[in-house]
Ligand binder design. Sequence first.
Ligand code: DPP
Ligand code: ZN
Length: 885
Amino acid sequence: PSAIYLKDYQVPSHLIDKTHLHFILHPTKTRVSSDLTIRKNPDADTKSNELILHGQDIDLQSVSIDGRQLDDRDYQLEAECLRIANVPEQFVLSVVGLIAPADNTSLEGLYKSQSMYCTQCEAEGFRKITYFLDRPDVLSEFTTTVVADKTEFPVLLSNGNPIKSGSLDDNMHFVTWHDPFPKPAYLFALVGGDLECIQDSFTTTSGRAIDLKIYVEEKDLDKCDHAMASLKSSMRWDEDVYGREYDLDIFMIVAVDDFNMGAMENKGLNIFNTSCVLAKAETTTDAGFQRVEAVVAHEYFHNWSGNRVTCRDWFQLSLKEGFTVFRDAEFSADMGSRTVKRVEDAKLLRAMQFAEDAGPLAHPVQPASFIEISNFYTLTVYEKGAEVVRMIHTLLGAEAFRQGSDLYFERNDGKAATIEDFVSSMEEAGGRDLSKFMSWYHQAGTPKLAVTADYNSSSREYALTFNQTCPTTPECDSEDKKPYLIPVAMGLLGSNGPLSLVPETDVDFSLSKNDTHCVLELTQPQHRVVFKDINAPPVPSLMRGFSAPVRLQFDYSPDDLITLMTQDDDGFTRWDACQQLCVSVIHEVEASLQQGKEPSVDSRLSDAARALITNQNLDPAMVALMLTLPSEGYLAEIATTANIDTIHSAREIVRNHLAASLKTEFAERFDSLPYFPEYEANAVQIAVRSLKNCCLGYLVATADAVWLERAMTQYRTATNMTDQSAALSVLALSPDSKAVDYSVSALSEFYQQWQSEALVVNQWFSVQAMQPGEEAVDRIRSLMQHEAFNINNPNKVRALIGAFANNNPVCFHNSDGSGYRLLAEVVKKLNATNPQIAARMLGPLTKWRKYDSKRQELMQAELNSIKQTVGLSKDVFEVISKSLA
Ligand code: DPP
Ligand code: ZN
């Protein structure tokens, strides 16, 4: 397999103005006939009259041009394309092929999920359906007819509006759909199934009534209301905040069980993983409800940022994904708690995206090359891409950003655009040059921002020196990297609160909040900023709101951190200061453990935690987030060499210490928080449940029999999944032997109760995947044999194998290598059936450089053994070869 480069981009040789598709659905012989109205692209500079269409795994039946059948001397059939020499300037190409959806386990193209037919075409799945110019810059107007058995497949859907339907012989029927908006093939969708739907309607600002339909299996009809409400809120929000109105008369969502991604924004026909659309209090946690809201919004927002304006090529993926994640994050912030959302996003970025950026698969937000595009649906392209858009928002301000977005949509509507097109609209609206900003798109790696302070009491000046560097990444050495434009949102805290800022500097900055808050725009490797009229050394509050995705280094004392935690007016900074305090305390304990000394836990942490738990004025959700110790994954990420065992032990010691010393406070808070008999997934209720369950976690950590019993009672009496699964987790994940009986009963009752709910069973798999103990790998192996496990269902693989490899570090990294071997075996199996998921599951092994030399060897050995697999997919090949390079 070889790489494709952004610099080699060429416009398509031909354009396909109209696409007529005709499907006769059959599990192993679906007949796909296409009539494509093709013309030579006037912008192409090639003299050749050859047409090369993408196509894969299609049993070609016939090819004709303008009704004249070609024979195999007129074309050349290759494994991944069809070449036709000497085509006219303009013609209709008709192709008939047979495909086998029931055998398609890759879940790309047309496939069967249980009894239903569905499609997934992004990025390059359409070529498994019919021969086509399967690239995002070829936009075509689609008309699609679907024929199938009336009884088995009463519902036949595709993009756009239904224009014709009727009965045919042999109990067959057909529906024809027409989508008036030209679109690239990756946005094509088709569904055939025995589905039910809930319906609603939405009236747009300009007064058009839109039919909204969510299609699911009949048994899931009671789990669609939240998605429908989220859809309507998203439609309203996009009108209010971005001035974007929906454009077709009908908007449909279909839920499918077997799906590689979360969901897909096909024009007018979004296809969703059931996990991102179904929600009901009894079966879905608060986090699940929030995910449904966010994903419904994300896919809906793509109608403009992705569909109306699409991507020129896949190197521009972040053009639609980064922007759309930014849009959905702001939507979630508006629907719930802004600060909580910001903290959660920053947490994910720092624990996971920073790790990606520091590893062998690091790539820029706009990658310069790839082997398999499916490997680039990453945290970098999505989440870092969203942070990059957020920084543009910060630099321009809300108003100019909105003007820039209007300009971008206006100028590029109906076109395939680039990241540069987006940025240039922003530049124009903001009246400023963003060329220095482009490093964020072109360079991989997380910049490090080291800050030092000095205070001069005679001149009453406080100076901050900022030094930025970016580590070496696969595409560029550290020394060759261009500096980043880094917006630093900051303030200074004096003994009586925030200080007025009088900066003296060559850095551009803007002041707000009575001059106590400023945004500095760093552009050089080093800057010095002097603040005048400062009476005593202040505590700097830096990177408020996580204003740039950098690793900030400042030598805060524990007391500085406590000042920030309790006094800063930025919620993100307060949380971050608390995390840093936790990190430093955990690090101290870890150092003692490594030196064989008796560890002691800094009492300032428990004092600070006590102040948090007993403070009734703070948002309970923020208290819960602040009391949640940094994850082992994050602690591993910030370590140079991650010692999984001491990280785990040190974290447990700190956790048990907090639990023991604050038991009374946790218990009082737990008992004083309200219980809501009427479940609602709103910010207030979610906040209360999160703090309650956080307290329960600490109380169970005390291993007090009373609290084990109370957790079991909560498990048995809970009327919502949030409380039920929180109780299940604290019991099942407790290392204490007294918890074992409870854990065993709860797990078996849970399966008994929920075995008919696939998504709930996934939670059951995940909890067991994360359980500690020597026997973990054997447990996972036997769960893989369980009646409810199915390796062809990506949700099951993620729930069991993904949770084990990502969220059970101690067992995954067992020094006997058994965890690594298990993952390698699974990847080898998946390589043959579903390469996308295989490559995705491989992630944890690629981080081998993080660990000690013995583990490095074991991990590399597994990577090498996968590399030897016969029939290695492009997906897995790319990940393996880059991680071993
Ligand atoms: N379905 C994926 C998403 O919406 C890919 N477009 O992000
Ligand atoms: Zn997306």
